[in-house]
Each structure stands twice: as structure tokens, then as C-alpha cells.
Design a protein. Structure first.
Lengths: 304, 382, 261
């Protein structure tokens, strides 16, 4: 009986096409991009293979760049928070439903993500613009006198991003809610916990891993977002990714654009790395405390 | 080693408080007329029973008999269509599970995976607002009771199956419940562990002396642990009695077959009080039926009560028949024969391992008349 | 109960822009307004008459189909290799295929632009296909992996023991059992490619414009043209159709109900 279903030859054979395809079409361009980010640009000559770190240095002294960076981070954190708070109840409902209702909610959650982002942004434009629905309803109800600008600001960006990204949060939370065994909840009830207390003591803590994964995912995707912030934020509220586009396409400065793209990647993954390091430290500390407690625990409490 | 009243509720027969002695005798748990259906399926039908304080009742039956549903009704997880439950004279069926003060041991133990053993056991006490120092003392005492005081800071995943079971038990009893519910406590353990834990559990239950309802499909477990057994089938209780009575005087064919093994022979009542079995002859038997109207009956004899002998005994005390050995199976601790008598086949068990017969050999079987029972119906309350 | 009410509210939030677009496409006015005034299909006809839009639609459909197919052809052998052979390299291979979904879209777009231009493919649509393939492989792969892992390994062993070669086993036993995940992977890859903006933005030339890019640029200079809503509704309908079909193939509860008591 073979330990593997495939022979080594078969395995390698299967990998030829995918690895070559991905290597040429993906890995090579990515490494090339990093290489270009160190190059220089001259409007007349194009890209000059003079490799220095000047593009990166220029970013660190660019105030405007930091403004945009800060805005991107700030809005992304807000989006993550909203997705977590708004998405959690949806995940709970999703787990509890079944069959077509569950599939239906799934589809509705996916629609914003999978339908072209331009279409979505256009929809928000119609709803939030000066002549849009919200304004029409609000002034019709007498809530406001002058049509207010809900578009082309950070609020619109937050709304648009939450709309598109909440599905990732819901799925992550749902996956870890899935692992909560209902007999644990029943055991807690039998021991005197009301449904609310049982949720807080049992279900919620056990769903935290899903919450964490979802938050990371949403944050990363929000940081990298292009279309939604650009279309909904107007000229004054750009995101980092727009700067990349601007440099590379509008200004033809590939090296500078490449440097910005790499910085965007670093900014995104840096936070990811920080969070995972933090949680690893916590786990190590908790395990150490556990081991110490075991060592001297029973001695104190009058064991037989 | 003091086992004060921190874990066990303090009622014993020797208590000097007259009020407590009285409650000891009063019916402690009263279940009346439970009826319940899931969709179109009848799950419980007129289930009623009572137990006294400190008594252990076992709900026994095959899957689908309604024993687990009954337990869930007692726990408060299922609201029955009809019927009510009283504990110590107080109606509990309106109460949510968290108010009933019932200790439950779940089949899969349901230990909270993200809490230490200490926090697991302390959970119920914390829900009741018990003071921190008292919690600590009571939890450690409960852990000591199940001989796991050093497990306090461990996680459930670090414990073996048997240890998890003991922790689940201590969590259920530390709250001093009015009623203890055990849901198939041994089904997740392997055979040898099951035997060990059964004895241990019995000792613990005797020490704590708390009213207990246990659900199991294993008749040996039920007989070992219970003061009384309720045999259930398809949502009905066929018989509630002590293990001894259930074994000796089954109320129905189902009970007779479910507990231990039985030979069942169709018979007709004779005017002289004996019973005619076609192809076998007239048999003297004990009639345990509540009503003696029917003349077509079933005769039950357990294989271990039948002996292979050389000569037919006389007298009314014994029945004896002639037969031919059809099959012989040596099973180690006993030998099993299939003997054909008339047109019927009887299973005979004997523990004299060195007795040997040939297939086709003519043999004489005998059994005490008192060991053959007449049973009326397939199911009681049919 | 309250949870239900909240879910309904939230569903309305999720569907709001889609409803706005679809409804707005029926308005009789020459600028988009919601609620729409009147009811007419003239904008749909107008959209059919606008060559750039229709060409872009056709182009997107073609690119989507091609990219999804190539991505599936890459993801299937990769998935088989990862699930049917134990090697530490498998993790690296998995990361190789999945990371495109984790990188910022503009990062990928620029990398593709620079990379493919230098190979001299700047003017054609091949860079676009290549970029979309890389982008959609993660989605195809994740669904194919689910399918492969759900097949009971002993089935394949049984076939082999009865004399079938590895290839035969794959064709006769494995393939039928994972066909749903292949279809789902294709469907998802198609949707991602069809709706993708950023990568297409970087790789588009005047002749190779995808529909999202066309809508995006049109939004800049005539945002209130109802023709745009008509074509957008078309996008929504196509997306919804493919999504529902894909969902049916996957039997979504498979993901979420495994192990639920």
C-alpha cells in the first residue's frame, strides 16, 4: 500500500504546468517590481537602472504621503470595527439558519463583493449624492433643510468598504461559531447561567479566533482598497493605492509607483505581523502561568 | 478526612431535625403524564413516575424509547406537550433550566474547553454568587471526592476520558443539586474503564445520597447502579421495579427479552392450572399476569435456569422434557446449547465447562417450575 | 425576534445600491434619479447601441471565461499534487497559489504592467488574461481543494487495488466526485475576473477595455447618464445568475453545516 496516492514522478509531473505558469506570470513580475522600486525615473529617458533607495527615502519625508497613509490606516480600523460589530449578529443568524435561507443570506452577502465594484460605487452615488435618495427622504421628512453631502467624504468610504468587506467577517465568525458545541451551552444553562450569561461566558470567547481572523482579513483588504475609496471619496480623500496609480499611470513614474506599492504591502503586512507576534507572546505567557500554577497549586488548598 | 456538608446535602436518616426526616420520606421527584411528539412522531406517552430522596432510578431501553427525551424534560431543555414535573412538591416545568438547581452529567461531558478544570467546576457556584473563598474550598473538596485535586489548573483537553467524566461529575454535584441527571455516563468509555468507573460512580452516588435519574441502554449498568429501573419502549414505561423484580417477574415479553436472555414458548392455559406447550407437554409455571383471562399465553424460561441432567426428576417442583442436542458452543465461562424439543428450540446455558455432549445426542432438560413464568402481552400498557 | 429584524435591515443595506441602480435604470428622466420617475426600457436599448459599452461587455465575458478556464487548469493539478502527496513543499506551493489574493490589487496590477511590458506584450490582450489568471487562481484553488479533500481517499485506493491505473482512477473515480468543485471554482474565478477593476485598470489599453474599466471611466465624465445604470443592471443580473448557479453546485450548507449538532 503506498503511503501517498501519487508517486514522486506523478507529483512532479502535475506540478510542471502550474509552477511554470505561476512562476513566469506571477513571481517574476513581483520580484521585478521590487527591483524597479530601487530604480530611477527620467521623464525623457524612462526608467534608469540606477539602483538606490532614494524612492523610499523620499516617501519618508513626504508629508502628504503620511497624511494619506494615516487616513488609510484610520479608516481601515474604523471599517474593521464596524464590520465586527455589525457582522457578528449576522454570523449568529447564519449559523442558526439552514437550507435555502442560509444559502440566500450567503448570496446576499457575496453580491457586493462579487458584483463589480464600479457598479456598487455607482449605486452609492445614487443613494448618497446631493440628489440622492437619502437626501430626498430626509428633506421630505423634514429632517434637514439643505441637501447634505454624504458622498465624497470619509463617511461614504466607510459605508462603501463595510458594504463590500463585511462578508469576510461574517464567514470567519461563522466558521468559529460552528465549532461551539451546543451541549456546552446547555451545560452552562443547567449550572445556572441565563442564555445571556451563557453566550458571554461560553459562545463569545470561543468565537474570538474567528473574530480575530475576520478582523485581520478585513483590515488588510481595506488597506489595499482602490476603487471604493477613489469613487466614493472624491478628490480630497484618497487612499494609498490611489497614489500608486497616480505615480505609475498618470505620471509614468514607475519606480516611484513601485516603491509606493511595496510600502503599501509592508504597511499592511506589518500590522498583521505585529498582531500575530502580540498574540504569540500572550499565549507563551499564559502557558507559563498555567505551568507555574500546576506546580504549586494543590499544595495550598488542603488536599487529602 | 472530613466530608462535611460542603458538597453533600445534609440529609440522612439519623438527622435530628424532624422536618428533614419527613422530607426524606415524602415523594421527592414527581413526574406526571408526560406526553411529547416531534413532528408526527410520538416520543413520550403518559410517562409517570416518582422517586424518593436519595433514590437512584434508571431509565432503561433501546434507542428511540424516549429515555433521553424524558431526561431533557426534567432538565428543562424540552417543554413537553402535556404533563408536569414536581421537585419537593414544587412545580418546575415552567422554570428555565438555569433556575431548576439540577445537576447534569452530559454524555459527552460538555466540559468548557476554554476554561481550566477549576473554573469548570466553579462555574455553577459562580452563577449562584457564592463567595470566592467558599468556592475555592468547595471546588477542591469536590475534586478530592473524585480523586483529582491536582487537575485543578489543567485544561479538559489534557485529561483522559475517565478523568473528564469524573470532572463532569464533580461539576454537577458541587452545586448541591436537588436532582442529579446522568445521560449515558459510560457510553464514551472503553469496556474495561466502564467497569471501573461504574463501581466508582456507585460509591460516589451512595456517599452523596442525592436523588438521581440515569439514562442508559446497558442493562447490566442499570442493574448494578439503580435502586429501581424503569424499562421504556417507544415512549412508554413498561415496568418500574427493583432490578431483582424486573429480572424475576418481567411484566411483559419485551421486558423479559430486553433484560437478560429468555426462551419464549407459546402455550395454552389448561384447566388444572398448568400450561400446554405444543410438542413439549404440560408445564408447571408461575403466572405473573395481572389478569388471567387469556388462554393463549407466552411461557418464559431463562437459559441459565435450565440444566442438562441424566435422569428426569419427579415432583411438582421441577419441569423436565426430552430433547436432542442441535448445537453446542463453548464460550469460556459457560457452554451454550441449542436443544430441540418437539418442534421448538431451547437455549440452555450451563457453567460446568467440562460437560460435553454430542450433537444429535438425546438429553433430558430440567428447570424449577418457579423459574418458568407466564407473561401476558408483548408490551405492557399496549 | 430582534435578531431577525436586524438581519432584514442589514440585508436591505446590502442590497440598497443594487436596487438603486436597477430601479434607476427605468427612469424616464434623462438623468438618474431614485425613486425613478416613470418606467421605460429606453436606456437598455440605448446601452445596446453604445458600441464602447457593448464591446467592453463582450470583452469582459470573454476574458472572464478564458481566465477562469486557465485558472482551473492550473489549480486542478496543483490541488491534486498538494492533497495526494505528502511533502513539506506543499505549504510553499499553497502559499504560491494563494498569495495573489492577499496582495494589494494595485501592487499586482503595477507588477503585471511593468513585467509584461518588458516582455514586449504591451499592446495585446495577453497581459490582461495573464493578470486575471494569476488573480483568480486562489479562488479556483480554494474551492477545488475543498472538493478534493471531501473525497474519501479509500475510494481511490479501492479502484487502484482493483487494477485501475492512476490516470484511470482519476478520470473514473475522482473527477466525477469533484466535478461540482471544479464548476464552482470556475464560477468564482469567472466572477472575480468579470468584476475586477484595479488590475484591469493597469493593464488596459485603448483596444483592450474591460467593462468595469469602461464604467469607471464613464463615471468620471457623465455620472448621471441612465445608460450607465442600464449596463450596470446587466452586470448585476449576470453576476447574480452565475452566483446562484455556483451556489447550487457547491451546496453551500456543505461548508457551514459540517459538524453542527
Amino acid at each position: 500500500m503506498h503511503k501517498n496516492a501519487l508517486t514522486t514522478r506523478g507529483w512532479l509531473l502535475l506540478l510542471v504546468l502550474p509552477v511554470i505558469a505561476l512562476g513566469l506570470l506571477y513571481v517574476l513580475p513581483v520580484f521585478n517590481l521590487v527591483r524597479i522600486s530601487f530604480a530611477q525615473y527620467d521623464p525623457k529617458l524612462g526608467v534608469i537602472p540606477d539602483y538606490q533607495i532614494s524612492n523610499y527615502v523620499a516617501l519618508f519625508v513626504d508629508v502628504f504621503y503620511f497624511e494619506v497613509l494615516w487616513r488609510t490606516i484610520r479608516v481601515s480600523l474604523l471599517v474593521t470595527l464596524f464590520c465586527a460589530v455589525l457582522g457578528y449578529p449576522i454570523a449568529v443568524y447564519l449559523i442558526r439558519s439552514s437550507g435555502w435561507r442560509q444559502t440566500g443570506i450567503f448570496i446576499v452577502l457575496l453580491m457586493p463583493l462579487v458584483t463589480s465594484v464600479t457598479v456598487m460605487s455607482y449605486g452609492w452615488l445614487i443613494l448618497l449624492g446631493r440628489n440622492g435618495v437619502i437626501n430626498t427622504i430626509a428633506s421630505g421628512l423634514g429632517l434637514i433643510d439643505v441637501p447634505r453631502q454624504f458622498m465624497y467624504n470619509e463617511t461614504a468610504i466607510v459605508v462603501g468598504l463595510v458594504h463590500v468587506l463585511v462578508v469576510f467577517m461574517v464567514i470567519s465568525i461563522a466558521a468559529s461559531l460552528q465549532s461551539v458545541d451546543q451541549t456546552w451551552v446547555r451545560a452552562a444553562r443547567s449550572l445556572g447561567a441565563t442564555p445571556g450569561v451563557a453566550f458571554r461566558a461560553i459562545t463569545l470567547p470561543l468565537s474570538l479566533p474567528g473574530l480575530r481572523t475576520g478582523a485581520l482579513l478585513v483590515f488588510v483588504l481595506s488597506m489595499s482598497a482602490y476603487a471604493t475609496p477613489t469613487l466614493l471619496g472624491g478628490t480630497r480623500f484618497k487612499f494609498l493605492s490611489y497614489l500608486v496609480y497616480q505615480q505609475a499611470i498618470s505620471l509614468y513614474n514607475w519606480p516611484r509607483g513601485a516603491a509606493m506599492a511595496v510600502m503599501l504591502l509592508i504597511a499592511t503586512t506589518a500590522l498583521l505581523a505585529l498582531v500575530s507576534i502580540y498574540s504569540q507572546i500572550r499565549t507563551i505567557r499564559a502557558n507559563r502561568r498555567l505551568r507555574e500554577a500546576q506546580a504549586d497549586g494543590p499544595a495550598q488548598v488542603g488536599a487529602v | 478526612m472530613s466530608q462535611g456538608c460542603l458538597v453533600r446535602p445534609c440529609f440522612r436518616a439519623s438527622s435530628t431535625d424532624p422536618g428533614e426526616t419527613k422530607s426524606f420520606l415524602m415523594e421527592y421527584l414527581n413526574v406526571n403524564g408526560l406526553e411529547h411528539s416531534y413532528a408526527t412522531q410520538r416520543v413520550l406517552e403518559n410517562v409517570s413516575f416518582s422517586i424518593n430522596a436519595g433514590e437512584r432510578l434508571c431509565l432503561l431501553g433501546p434507542s428511540g424509547c424516549g429515555k433521553t427525551t424524558t431526561l431533557q424534560v426534567l432538565a428543562g431543555f424540552v417543554k413537553p406537550d402535556r404533563g408536569n414535573v414536581e421537585i419537593k412538591g414544587q412545580r418546575v416545568d415552567g422554570m428555565p433550566p438555569e433556575k431548576r438547581n439540577i445537576g447534569i452529567m452530559f454524555q459527552n461531558y460538555a466540559l468548557f474547553p476554554h476554561m481550566s478544570v477549576f473554573d469548570n467546576v466553579a462555574f455553577g457556584l459562580r452563577m449562584r454568587g457564592v463567595a470566592k473563598a467558599e468556592i475555592s474550598a468547595r471546588v477542591m473538596e469536590a475534586l478530592t471526592l473524585v480523586r483529582l485535586p491536582h487537575a485543578a489548573s489543567k485544561r479538559p483537553s489534557q485529561l483522559s476520558g475517565g478523568e473528564q467524566q469524573r470532572i463532569a461529575f464533580s461539576r454537577a454535584v458541587v452545586i448541591r443539586p436537588s436532582l442529579l441527571l446522568l445521560d449515558e455516563p459510560f457510553s464514551n468509555l472503553d469496556a474495561r474503564l466502564r467497569l471501573e468507573m461504574r463501581t466508582e460512580l456507585l460509591d460516589l452516588l451512595r456517599t452523596l445520597s442525592v436523588a438521581t435519574v440515569m439514562v442508559t441502554h446497558d442493562q447490566e449498568e442499570a442493574m448494578a447502579i439503580a435502586d429501581r429501573i424503569a424499562v421504556m419502549y417507544r415512549g412508554r414505561i413498561e415496568q418500574i421495579d427493583t432490578p431483582d423484580q424486573i429480572y424475576r417477574n418481567p411484566a411483559s415479553l419485551f421486558v423479559g427479552r430486553f433484560i437478560g436472555e429468555s426462551n419464549v414458548l407459546p402455550a395454552t392455559a389448561l384447566p388444572d392450572g398448568r400450561f400446554q406447550v405444543d410438542g413439549v407437554g404440560a408445564i408447571t409455571a408461575r403466572d405473573t399476569r395481572p389478569s388471567r383471562n387469556a388462554t393463549a399465553v407466552q411461557l418464559m424460561i431463562r437459559p441459565e435456569h435450565i440444566e442438562l441432567v441424566d435422569a428426569a426428576p419427579g415432583g411438582e417442583e421441577w419441569n423436565s422434557v426430552e430433547g436432542v442436542v442441535e448445537r453446542q458452543l463453548f464460550l469460556g465461562h459457560r457452554t451454550e446449547w441449542i436443544v430441540s424439543v418437539g418442534g421448538l428450540k431451547l437455549t440452555v446455558w450451563q457453567s460446568n465447562a467440562h460437560v460435553r455432549r454430542q450433537v444429535g445426542e438425546k438429553v433430558t432438560l430440567r428447570w424449577r417450575s418457579a423459574d418458568s413464568i407466564i407473561v401476558g402481552a408483548e408490551h405492557a400498557n399496549a | 425576534m430582534m435578531l431577525r429584524a436586524y438581519v432584514i435591515l442589514f440585508v436591505c443595506f446590502l442590497l440598497a445600491p443594487i436596487v438603486a441602480i436597477s430601479a434607476g435604470s427605468f427612469t424616464e428622466t434623462s438623468y438618474v434619479v431614485f425613486p425613478p420617475q416613470g418606467f421605460t426600457l429606453k436606456w437598455y436599448f440605448a446601452a445596446l447601441g453604445q458600441r464602447p459599452l457593448i464591446e467592453a461587455l463582450g470583452f469582459s465575458l470573454a476574458i472572464g471565461a478564458i481566465s477562469a478556464s486557465v485558472a482551473t487548469l492550473i489549480a486542478l493539478p496543483l490541488g491534486l499534487a498538494i492533497t495526494r502527496y505528502r511533502s513539506r513543499l506543499n505549504i510553499a506551493l499553497y502559499m504560491l497559489a494563494m498569495t495573489p489574493a492577499m496582495l494589494p490589487a494595485v501592487f499586482l496590477g503595477l507588477a503585471f504592467l511593468i513585467g509584461y511590458s518588458w516582455v514586449g506584450m504591451g499592446g495585446s490582450s495577453w497581459p490582461l488574461v495573464a493578470g486575471h489568471v494569476v488573480m483568480t487562481v486562489p479562488f479556483a484553488l480554494s474551492l477545488i481543494l475543498v472538493g478534493l479533500q471531501s473525497v474519501d481517499g479509500t475510494l481511490e485506493l479501492a479502484a487502484r487495488s482493483l487494477g485501475a491505473s492512476a490516470l484511470k482512477t482519476f478520470l473514473v473515480v475522482t473527477l466525477p466526485l469533484i466535478s461540482w468543485s471544479l464548476a464552482a471554482g470556475w464560477g468564482f474565478a469567472f466572477l472575480i475576473s468579470f468584476g475586477a477593476l484595479e488590475v484591469s485598470l493597469f493593464l488596459s489599453t485603448s483596444t483592450t477595455v474591460t467593462l468595469p474599466v469602461q464604467i469607471y471611466t464613464t463615471l468620471d465624465w457623465s455620472p448621471l447618464d441612465p445608460t450607465l445604470t442600464a449596463i450596470s443592471s446587466g452586470v448585476v443580473i449576470i453576476t447574480l445568475a452565475v452566483l446562484v448557479i455556483t451556489a447550487r453546485t457547491v451546496r453551500m450548507d456543505r461548508f457551514l453545516k459540517r459538524g453542527q449538532r
